[in-house]
Design a protein around this ligand. Sequence first.
Ligand code: AHG
Ligand code: MN
Ligand code: MN
Length: 335
Amino acid sequence: MQNKIVTLDEFIIRTEKENPKSTGSFSRLLRDIGIAAKIVNREVNKAGLVNILGVEGSTNTTGDAVQKLDIFANEKFIETLSYSGEVCGIASEENQDIIQVNNGSAVNGQYVVVMDPLDGSSNIDVNVSVGTIFGIYKRKSPVDGPCEMEDFLQKGTEMVAAGYVLYGTSTLLVYAAGQGVNGFTLDPSIGEFCLSHRNIKMPAAGNYYSVNQGYYLKFDLEMRRYIDHCSDLNYRLRYIGSMVSDIHRIMFQGGIFLYPNTRKYPKGKLRLLYECYPMAYIIEQAGGSALTCKLERIMDVEIHSLHQTSSIAMGSGDMVRDMKEFVERYGAVIQ
Ligand code: AHG
Ligand code: MN
Ligand code: MN
């Protein structure tokens, strides 16, 4: 007998009912993120047709300008969230400044959203997986005025929800809002995200390590030693170049993802607000851990600016603990 399909919307409503204090506002916001993800998914699937439908910068058959996909994704998420009525502001990797939503009732929205609308953008032109990352905070500024910078410069520990969408061989939306991590696969035939991965718990250890090994010589000694250790143990190296895809693998199969500081990026490359906090939030709720390469818990790192970057080592708990031992052992050694 076929199991009853639970759609994302249905799941959100059910979860809302379990929380007597819920106003429905958060549920509507999550549902709107699901809608934006479907719109972006439609465009990602057409990416390979760009030479037929028109190259970037030209106009397509319906007269619209053809955009780069990361710009398109950014605009669609901003558009959808701006009209949701629940969001008073957005901060995106693609925008220098915060976006204050000021259409009608949205100024009273209780939430702000931070996002990387298209992660792994170097993969788009070659038909390899990309993703979207988002995090949600409750605003700190008064609800009857525009959002302020203080609403965004909140540590990961203040996040109320985070999620990612993986546009892969199938499209998957994974989110966590304090009650575990759940995954929903898009069924294109009915246009709905359907619950496919309930209460995801990641393995405590695994066989995969994920790092841009091309930068090996630019890493600190302790990271090089740890990477040697992974290689000695015959862990399998996988690096897609899209954090969402790389982390999705280790969520299910166990492993560690590293983006250490390098000479080019002495503070790390990945963005704390749009990439590190949300993915750390999910990983921790799935039972894993996430540290900087200086061993600070990612969620506790102080944030001072929107586009601040960090080094990161995240994944299966036992493996992150091993990495920590290497840093403690070799960190103080003069190179
Ligand atoms: P984005 O496409 O949003 O700029 O993010 C790319 C990020 C991340 O997803 C990935 O892990 C990393 O950059 C890849 O960087 P390198 O090419 O330096 O390895
Ligand atoms: Mn990214
Ligand atoms: Mn991006």
